[in-house]
Each structure stands twice: as structure tokens, then as C-alpha cells.
Design a protein around this ligand. Structure first.
Ligand SMILES: Cc1ncc(COP(=O)(O)OP(=O)(O)O)c(N)n1
Ligand SMILES: Cc1ncsc1CCOP(=O)(O)O
Ligand SMILES: [Mg+2]
Length: 217
């Protein structure tokens, strides 16, 4: 199965260098995976290039062993260098077509669309594999990120790609995002800011099963 085919609904665990300094990174991501995370993103705007390379390599090894795709934030070239499953690109992080030609047809490429259907359409047409919206709730990690409301998830359903929701996602507000159509819950503080990462990941994961069961009954 290609990494793209492995994309399925669930918890999208995104790392943070302040919450997971140094040696805490790998065990924390391991715990998130044990708790059911379906996708991992290495996001680190603080480390040196050498540190980023080493940490990305450690995560590729962990995620490959666990058959969970690892995406690199902002940096398709680093994704290529370490053999990651793909990259997440914001509006200022370079072009999807270039990332696709660098990483190949099987790579997973995500694109930030904030709260804009127009950006989402453009991302789909440029070859994104999932569309990322948010921030939906106040975020300590990125307080200034442009705000979105859950109805954008409903409106983006027609684009036919998996939808990711980010920004202040917690166990309390996650059901609203899932009910509005989020396939992936992208979480930093609400996951890696907790004492028991595995339990929190499992609790997020269980929300997907519950919402699906409710939809079926
Ligand atoms: C899954 C996901 N969604 C949104 C973002 C934000 O990307 P971007 O707008 O480029 O902001 P930074 O993360 O680079 O600060 C993301 N990384 N992942
Ligand atoms: C990267 C990013 N983009 C929009 S909000 C955000 C941060 C999400 O982190 P948290 O889950 O801690 O709010
Ligand atoms: Mg970015």
C-alpha cells in the first residue's frame, strides 16, 4: 500500500520543540502512535539544520517501523532527504507541484487553506492529498493563525479530499469538528502538552469510532 492509500481518518499528531525538547521527542511520538495516531508531522522552527535532519531521521525510523506516515512541515527537500512519506506546506512554504515532482506520485502532500474554499480548490487542483483548515479554536502554539469556523469543513466536503482541522483542538471541542466533517484532527498542545500522551491519543482516536457509530445508528 502506498503512503497516500494509507491516509485514513483519525488523530494527526504534530510535534513541537518546546513541548518535546531533545530526547523527549521520539518516546512522545511513540506514545501517540500506541494511542492510535494515524499520521505524524515533524514541525520544528527552532532547531538547527543539523538537528532537524537528525530528528527527522529518528522519526522516519520510528514511523516506518509502525507503518504510520511521517510528514515534514514546511520542507519538502528535508522530506526527500530523510525518506519521509510527504510534507505539509503552508501558503508561504513553496509550491505543491514542485514538491510533487521532488517527492513523487506516492508522497502525501498537505496544504494549509486557513478558512478559504478558494485556497482549498487551488490546493486540490495543484495536487494536494489533504486540505488543512484552521485554526478553529484559540491556540497557545500559534495564537496569531487566521481563524476558521467549523462550517468551512462542511463546505469543503464537495472537494472530495480528506479534511484536516487544526488549532486549539481538545477532547471537548473535537466532536464538533468531526461532526462537521473533519477527517483528521491535527493536534499539538492538546496531545503533547499532557502527562499521559498515549491515553490522550487513545481518547482522540476513540472519538472517531464513536462519531462513526453515531452516524450509523
Ligand atoms: C495539518 C496542519 N495544518 C495546518 C498547519 C499550518 O501550516 P502553516 O500555515 O504553514 O503554519 P506552520 O505550521 O508552518 O506554522 C500545519 N502545519 N499542519
Ligand atoms: C500550526 C498551526 N496552524 C494553525 S493553529 C496551529 C497550531 C496548533 O497547535 P495547537 O494544537 O497547540 O493549538
Ligand atoms: Mg508552514
Amino acid at each position: 500500500m502506498s503512503p497516500r492509500d494509507a491516509l485514513r481518518p483519525g488523530l494527526y499528531a504534530i510535534t513541537d520543540p518546546d513541548l518535546l525538547p531533545g530526547d523527549r521527542l521520539v518516546p512522545a511520538v511513540e506514545a501517540a502512535i500506541r494511542g492510535g495516531a494515524v499520521l505524524v508531522q515533524y514541525r520544528d522552527k527552532e532547531a538547527t539544520e543539523t538537528e532537524r535532519l537528525a530528528r527527522a531521521r529518528d522519526l522516519v525510523s520510528l514511523c516506518t517501523d509502525n507503518q504510520v506516515p511521517l510528514l515534514i512541515n514546511d520542507d519538502a527537500a528535508l522530506a526527500k532527504r530523510v525518506g519521509a512519506a510527504g510534507a505539509h506546506l503552508g501558503q508561504e512554504d513553496g509550491n505543491l507541484a514542485e514538491a510533487r515532482s521532488l517527492l513523487g506520485p506516492e508522497a502525501i502532500l498537505g496544504k494549509t487553506c486557513h478558512a478559504s474554499l478558494e485556497l482549498a480548490r487551488a490546493a486540490r487542483d495543484a495536487g494536494a492529498d489533504y486540505l488543512a483548515f484552521g485554526r478553529f479554536f484559540p491556540s497557545m502554539t500559534k495564537p496569531g493563525a487566521p481563524a476558521a469556523t467549523p462550517d468551512i469543513l462542511q463546505r469543503a466536503q464537495s472537494l472530495g479530499l480528506p479534511l484536516s482541522a487544526i488549532g486549539g483542538v481538545s477532547l471537548e471541542n473535537a466532536p464538533l469538528l468531526i461532526a462537521n466533517g473533519a477527517d483528521l484532527l491535527a493536534v499539538i498542545g492538546g496531545l503533547f502538552g499532557t502527562d499521559d500522551i498515549e491515553a490522550r491519543a487513545r481518547a482522540f482516536t476513540d472519538l472517531f469510532a464513536k462519531t462513526t457509530e453515531q452516524e450509523l445508528s
